[in-house]
Design a protein around this ligand. Structure first.
Ligand code: PHE
Length: 337
């Protein structure tokens, strides 16, 4: 390029600046920015280089002004290219652009296991009837699982074949996985004075062969009410209120005479809903010997207790035919709840 006059030299600089701005503005990727860099600022044959050479052809008096304008233009182009490179680097780090018009990808949300849902529901219903929800340990001692519940040493319920005894002992007695939640009755009565209204829901363990209605681990809901003047009528009312709240509708509760060492009288609890009777668990009036064992005066207070199978009531509620389905962890089954 031969720019003889300052005027044409400056015009050339202006063109370069306008062209470089347009090229950078149009550059969509790193290759385009690099092409612009080579075109305008390339060390060998860039347009800046060519104009710099033309600087030498100016009249001596025009050289200072020409040089100043050249330096300004060079700095501007350099900065423009650097800014474009920086912008691309940030965009690359952020990943591909997000198309906000595309439908979102759904995050699969799980839900609570049907047994956990059932436990929460029972706690909620019983809570409305004034029963506080409490917890007890799954590893128990013989006192709480048997002795205090009037189940003496020779009782068949203590047979090693009917319990999961552990190789760990407290004192002389081996500990065991609790076989019933009635243990919590004792723990609560030992720690508190009447009046009492509690429910306790949790796991219990028995070495049963798994079938449609049995599993070596299952859940019970234990209820206990101790107040002066408590009768079997209160027990039946509470169970009926619970059952109709839980199953929704008209539920009948039937008691059949039975025996438990820690209740007197004792009953089996059946519930009828939708034309079918199902045995749900056991219940009765807390045996005066049990009240005495925890330091209550049986002449002053009486109480009722019940223990229902959580799997049983859940199966009845949801129409599940085989309780083993609750533990197979097949999501096709679990998704239905
Ligand atoms: N614990 C008894 C069982 O597991 C059920 C029960 C609880 C019976 C409370 C009476 C009172 O079979």
């Amino acid at each position: 390029m031969s720019a003889a006059t300052l005027e044409s030299f400056l015009a050339e600089l202006d063109r370069l600046r306008a062209d470089s701005e347009a090229a950078v503005a149009a550059a969509r990727d790193a290759a385009a920015v690099e092409a612009a860099r080579v075109e305008f600022a390339g060390a060998k044959s860039g347009r800046l280089k060519a104009i710099q050479k033309a600087l030498g052809g100016l009249a001596a008096a025009d050289k200072p002004a020409g040089g100043r304008h050249f330096n300004e233009a060079k700095a501007a182009v350099t900065e423009l290219l650097a800014a474009a490179q920086a912008r691309l680097a940030v965009a690359a780090a952020a990943g591909p652009p997000i198309d906000v018009t595309l439908p979102g990808s759904a995050v699969p949300l799980g839900h609570l296991h049907p047994i956990t849902q059932t436990i929460r529901r029972v706690q909620e219903i019983m809570g409305r009837l004034g029963f506080e929800s409490v917890d007890g340990p799954e590893v128990e001692d013989q006192w709480h699982n048997f002795e205090a519940l009037a189940i003496p040493a020779e009782h068949p319920a203590r047979d090693p074949l009917d319990n999961f005894y552990l190789a760990v002992a407290r004192g002389a007695d081996p500990l065991l996985l609790r076989s019933q939640t009635s243990t919590v009755q004792i723990r609560v009565m030992e720690a508190r004075r009447p009046p009492l209204r509690i429910v306790s829901l949790g796991r219990v363990y028995r070495p049963d062969t798994a079938d449609a209605t049995h599993y070596p681990m299952f859940h019970q809901v234990e209820g206990l009410l101790v107040e002066p003047g408590t009768t079997m009528a209160h027990l039946k009312s509470v169970l009926r209120l619970f059952a109709s709240s839980f199953l929704g509708g008209d539920v009948h509760v039937r008691f059949r005479p039975s025996f438990f060492p820690f209740t007197e009288p004792s009953v089996e609890v059946d519930m009828e809903w939708g034309g079918r009777w199902v045995e749900m668990g056991g219940a009765g009036m807390v045996d005066p010997a049990v009240l005495a064992a925890v330091g209550y005066d049986p002449a002053e207070v009486s109480g009722f207790a019940f223990g229902l199978g959580v799997e049983r009531i859940a199966a009845r509620r949801y129409g599940v035919a085989d309780i083993r389905d609750f533990y197979r962890n097949d999501v096709r089954f679990l998704r239905q709840f």
